[in-house]
Design a protein around this ligand. Sequence first.
Ligand code: NAD
Ligand code: DAU
Length: 339
Amino acid sequence: MIKALITGGCGFIGTNLIRYVLSTYSDWRVVNLDLLTYAGNIENTQGLEEAYPGRYTFVRGDIADAGLIDDLFDRQRFDIVLNLAAESHVDRSIEDPSVFLRTNVLGTQILLDAALKYKVERLVQISTDEVYGSLGKHGQFTEDMNLAPNSPYSASKASADLLIRAYVKTYGLDAVITRCSNNYGPYQFPEKLIPLMVLNAYEDKELPVYGDGKNIRDWIYVGDHCRGIIMVAQSGVGGEIYNMGGDTQMENIEIVRMILDYIHKPHSLIKFVKDRPGHDFRYAMDYSKIETELGWCPAVKFEEGIEATIKWYLENKRWWEAVRTGEYMNYYERMYGGR
Ligand code: NAD
Ligand code: DAU
């Protein structure tokens, strides 16, 4: 059996990853450590203990709590650690960077110390394309590019990546970094572009598009990202970095119009609002390294993935009603009220 710690397993990608691992690899046992912040939902993983007896355990806790982490690693003796726990929303990081530094930087360092002390065979850090900064009209991000983060969120992720590098070089830790572009799919918290626009369209609310809507993201279906993470965990080379992308560069406004058309709602719901400060213009990933070395490439076409995703939100009203708690409603008012 492979004993894996997956942190942040009640968030968007973590939920999809745990479900993928348990259903695909019968020799993996998963401990999910999640603090259950506003973005983490225990219901996402409900029923997994029963569906996979002896192979799934949930622990509520903070990756930045050194005592808890030491105790957990001591008791569990993990073979592998996949770190997805993070504060992940750029707009929130602009409001208050401090929790981003605590979780994304200090939390990662605490995990690295524990991985060293308890001789974990491999740690995979789930990073992001945002560490490279912003592209102009041409080109793609490659793994050897300089880091040039532009938001407190991406600066915290870049800092964690540099810590990983230091632990590999200085202490000989076996760690690998994945950097992926914008994910979409089921279980994504409705503060992010695609679910936010689906729910607002469904409820006939305004769709707040930042600036002129011409910023470009490279969208990837979350299942493709999860498959890549496990390939890197199993076959990646220690100390290396692997980019993943979806081959789907789209302007935000195109996606928003597509969502409105799919739900049969008028484009007049679109409202162009004040731009995000420091808004990165474009992301695009060159994933030829992971393709050549590990045989990974994205499989889900955007048209199929977005349709399945919109359907999922429309069919899971109870899920999104439950995650849109008082905290989220206050955030929404602060972020969009009078914008
Ligand atoms: P998310 O915000 O949906 O989930 C984050 C999870 O981490 C939540 O369940 C939350 O409760 C948990 N968490 C937060 N702080 C914690 C702490 N201190 N200790 C333990 N758990 C904590 O995020 P996501 O979109 O699923 O992203 C997961 C990871 O993937 C992040 O590291 C993010 O930077 C990275 N990533 C995301 C994307 C994307 O498009 N969503 C793309 C590339 C990389
Ligand atoms: O690229 C990977 C990153 O993708 C991850 O590392 C982050 O965790 C994840 O949140 C995501 O970051 P983005 O900032 O690209 O995603 P977001 O969904 O917040 O925004 C996508 C684009 O849509 C961006 O150009 C800003 C724009 N936008 C977003 C919101 C929430 C709007 O125009 N209106 C909005 O209300």
